[in-house]
Ligand binder design. Structure first.
Ligand SMILES: [Ca+2]
Ligand SMILES: [Ca+2]
Ligand SMILES: [Ca+2]
Length: 468
């Protein structure tokens, strides 16, 4: 339906406007009136990756496009992504189990659940290193972190999303930033950061999933020619699912597989892997579009949890899609949960893994998004002590807290009788998010309390349970 559009003629912002025209062709103009669909390419490193302002790595409706969604290396003509995006599931105060899905295509044209608002600025912002932007929903000036930062926002309750008759929203905002670098160290990687913000309800048992349909190989107009010979592998220590192209097929054998690493920010990076599950060929129909497979929210929610399993690697090159999930968290209004997804490529699987390994110690090469206070924290700028995760504690756990100003803070541990048994910190800290590690080896099994105290007079106590 988009064959008359010539995308190649204009750089970065080529799809603004074009997609509005496309909507008219799709007959959906009334649904999304005023919403501007935006798609831009990260193109400063070796990965040329499409980002959209509704959360997918695939352009809406443009199955006929001649553009690649993720080309690597440059000018190779090798495609790596058919589609990818988010599922976010949780339980509302009314005990509805809902999943909101970023989607870009399905045969019924009804399942879009995230859209930008109708504000004219709710497109993809492009900010280059050294530059600052004033983005209406960003707390304070946005300062670019990478050579090419993209920032956008989408919601599952925006006017266009609510126009979808099949959709019941969780009422969440997602602010998405993505980063691309031109330096040799990071040119094979794009990092996406997601800040998930509940706006109406305190949500229980919230799971987060990144879904991926890798279709890897020399690009061909007929999608079926490279669909059938890919498979998926999981690298648990790297929090990474990888799509690999088989040696056969009319698409040749791609130079690079494609890896997706998921990093929950709420937990310590080493604990995060414990909460991550992985499955491939989710749902009953392995070729169905992720927006509708599985069809119902309750089924999607089960797949979000992936039944708590880490699946075996896929044995055969027969086509694949996979999900990386983590959770659950109770996410209250006023909380922001953030996590990152790194899209990693390389000159072959060994090089890809080497690139992904670099990100396990990201502060060496990649300060900022991993190490520092998150911007969404600043959006809810208040002192707060969070429930330790995981809890109960079997081996290790993380206590996270947040400060609004630089000040002296202490966190002490008390036993069930109220006796102070340990001081975790007593030091000056900067504004933003901080973490303290709990090692269960240092405690006997039982109930404990931890108390945050600040110089400014803030006090908060929470309970944790050690079970060994
Ligand atoms: Ca839904
Ligand atoms: Ca293939
Ligand atoms: Ca192949």
């Amino acid at each position: 339906m988009f064959s008359e559009c010539k995308y190649r003629s204009t750089p970065v912002s080529r799809w603004v406007g074009v997609w509005l025209v496309g909507l008219a062709f799709s007959g959906n103009m009334s649904v999304a009136q005023g919403t501007i669909f935006d798609g831009k390419y990260h193109d400063v490193g070796k990965v040329r990756l499409l980002i959209t302002n509704f959360g997918t790595l695939f352009p809406r409706g443009s199955v006929d496009t001649e553009e690649l969604n993720c080309e690597y290396p440059p000018n190779s003509g090798e495609e790596h992504i058919s589609e990818a995006g988010l599922w976010i599931g949780g339980i509302t105060p009314d005990n509805d189990t809902l999943v909101s899905v970023t989607s870009s295509w399905n045969p019924f044209m009804t399942d879009y659940e995230f859209y930008a608002s109708e504000e004219p600025w709710d497109t993809i912002w492009v900010i280059e290193r050294g530059n600052t932007a004033h983005i209406p929903y960003w707390p304070g000036p946005y300062v670019a972190f990478s050579n090419q930062d993209f920032v956008c926002r989408y919601s599952d309750y925006s006017k266009a999303a609510l126009a979808n008759p099949d959709h019941k929203p969780l009422y969440i905002d997602v602010i998405q930033t993505s980063y691309a670098w031109s330096s040799v160290l990071l040119e094979d990687i794009i990092v996406l950061s997601f800040y998930v913000i509940p706006t109406r309800w305190d949500l229980k048992k919230v799971y987060f999933t990144y879904w991926v349909v890798p279709e890897i190989g020399l690009y061909c107009r007929n999608l079926d020619c490279y669909r059938p010979d890919d498979k998926a592998l999981f690298y648990g220590k790297l929090n990474m699912g990888v799509g690999v192209d088989g040696p056969d097929g009319s698409d040749g054998q791609a130079i690079s597989p494609i890896g997706f690493q998921i990093f929950p920010d709420m937990a310590d990076k080493y604990l995060a892997a414990d909460s991550i599950s992985w499955t491939f060929k989710y749902g009953d129909n392995r070729y169905g579009p992720p927006g509708i497979v599985p069809r119902y929210d309750s089924e999607k929610y089960r797949e979000l949890m992936a039944k708590g399993e880490i699946m075996e690697n896929q044995a055969d090159y027969e086509g694949t899609h996979f999900v990386l999930s983590f959770g659950p968290y109770n996410l209250n209004v006023g909380d922001t949960l953030s996590f990152k997804v790194a899209v990693v490529l390389g000159e072959g699987l060994d090089d890809l893994i080497s690139n992904a390994n670099g990100l396990l110690y990201p502060t060496d090469i990649c300060p900022g998004p991993w190490g520092g206070p998150g911007p969404a924290d600043a959006a809810h700028f208040q002192i707060q002590l969070f429930q330790n995760f995981p809890n109960p504690v079997k081996s290790a756990s993380v206590i996270r807290y947040r400060l609004s100003d630089p000040e002296n803070v202490s966190i002490d541990i008390y036993d069930a009788t109220g006796r102070r048994i340990r001081s975790l910190i007593n030091a000056r800290r900067e504004p933003g998010s901080h973490r303290v590690l709990i090692d269960a080896l240092e405690y006997t099994s039982g109930v404990y309390f931890y108390r945050l105290r600040t110089q400014s007079g803030y006090r908060e106590t929470k309970k944790m349970v050690i079970i060994k």
